[in-house]
Write a protein that binds this ligand. Structure first.
Ligand code: PLP
Ligand code: TYF
Length: 397
């Protein structure tokens, strides 16, 4: 039955981790996959999460099915986090939110919804973008096009190019936007630039699909949601937000995310939600209980929420410290051209290293990075920073 199935290429990022795990060299460093590691090189279990987990273990709650669109305590808390507690859209009942299987599940369910609502639309993603964006929207049957984004010459955003490309899109085109901590470049728009993007999107009647996988990893919960808040205030009738708690709660494998659709009216949001539920039913029926209960438990307790914000701040500040340390130490090796790393946001940096240099890092120094030069700054710590910097200095010579 499967004789005709050919070998399909795997995910290059996750494949790199397999190679890393198999590497016997001591002192190896994985700067490939986007995971936050703490100062001791471990994926943290947040204290706020552990407290909920301990309480849940004591109660030993039965594990019935969740509603198709998830735990109400989770989706309601998510709405407040994403749109802001005082959001007029929430008060008007215009936001339909579903708990999903990670941010990836939110993207895919959202893509399926859009395919039903806008069957002939194209989807525009940044050049470059997280490669799964293309994979997910292609799988839902969309043609995916690029808009200009990264400017290698300045290590910043090609903002005139981006606006020009958005201005060329046909009305009804879905525009995938990274809310913050752009993956893979680490290069974000300023609030002023977001205002201009919102104006073009509105003028061209495009449909924004905001992917927020790193809320709280750059400046803070509300600051990092600037794009969502600006679209919400713009008077635009509808937009979509996919958010993920994988990073902000360090719950990668629990697959916690959510899809929020803003409709023109409360009635439209209700109708959209009925379709979203139908789509979820047809793919995985309902989401998972444990991760949802952990996030809801933290967000709905004033005390644990404050503790979580403190832990999120610690993660964010550690990343900033690693960026600063890397730039400073590279400069002492005579490599002062890397100061841009400190201006980038979130876990990732487009380091400017080329494929040959990345290959040498791996082969000669057991340091794993993506072939595009993307490194995960959140995998650096005080124990591996000197080695990484020395290796980078060696391969650029
Ligand atoms: N969107 C972006 C930009 C990401 O980097 C990730 C990372 O994993 C996701 C979505 C998916 O999130 P999740 O791991 O929750 O599926
Ligand atoms: O870009 C990254 O490294 C993260 C993790 O198929 C990831 O977003 C990478 C690939 C993938 C799923 C998650």
């Amino acid at each position: 039955h499967f004789a005709s199935v050919e070998m399909t290429p795997g995910d290059p990022i996750l494949g790199l981790t397999e190679a890393f795990v198999a590497d016997p060299r001591p002192g190896k460093v994985n700067l490939g996959v986007g995971i936050y590691y703490d100062e001791s090189g471990r994926i943290p279990v947040l204290r706020a999460v552990r407290q909920v987990e301990e309480a849940l273990a004591k109660e030993s709650l039965p594990r019935g099915y969740l509603p198709i669109d998830g735990l109400p305590a989770y989706t309601q808390a998510t709405q407040k986090l994403v749109f802001g507690p005082e959001s007029p859209l929430l008060a008007a009942g215009r936001v339909a939110t579903s708990q999903t299987i990670g941010g990836s599940g939110a993207l895919r369910v959202g893509a399926e919804l859009l395919k039903k609502a806008l069957p002939n639309a194209k989807v525009a993603i940044s050049s470059p973008s997280w490669e799964n964006h293309r994979v997910v929207f292609n799988a839902a049957g969309f043609e995916v096009v690029d808009y200009a984004y990264y400017d290698a010459a300045t290590h910043g955003v090609n903002f005139p190019g981006m606006l020009a490309d958005l201005n060329k899109l046909e009305p009804g085109t879905v525009v995938l936007l990274h809310a913050c901590c752009h993956n893979p470049t680490g290069v974000d728009l300023s609030a002023e630039q977001w205002k201009q993007v919102v104006a073009v999107v509105k003028d061209r009647k495009l449909l924004p699909f905001i992917d927020m996988a790193y809320q709280g990893f750059d400046k803070g919960i509300d600051e990092d949601a600037t794009a969502v808040r600006l679209f919400a205030a713009s008077g635009i009738e509808s937009f979509v937000v996919a958010n993920s708690y994988s990073k902000s709660f360090s719950l990668y494998g629990e697959r916690v995310g959510a899809l929020s659709i803003v409709g023109a009216t409360r009635d439209e949001a209700l109708r959209v939600q009925s379709l979203v539920k139908r789509i979820i039913r047809s793919i995985y029926s309902s989401p998972a209980t444990h991760g949802g209960a952990l996030v809801a438990g933290v967000l709905n307790s004033a005390e644990l929420r404050a503790l979580w914000e403190q832990e999120l701040t610690e993660m964010r500040e550690r990343i900033h410290a690693m960026r600063a340390g890397m730039v400073e130490k590279l400069a002492t090796h005579g490599a002062s051209q890397f100061s841009f790393i400190q201006k980038q946001a979130g876990m990732f940096s487009y380091s400017g290293l080329n494929k040959a240099q990345v290959d040498r890092l791996r082969e000669e120094h057991a340091i794993y990075a993506i072939g595009t030069g993307r490194i995960c700054v959140a995998a650096l710590n005080r124990n591996n920073l000197d080695n990484v910097v020395a290796a980078v200095a060696a391969v650029i010579r």
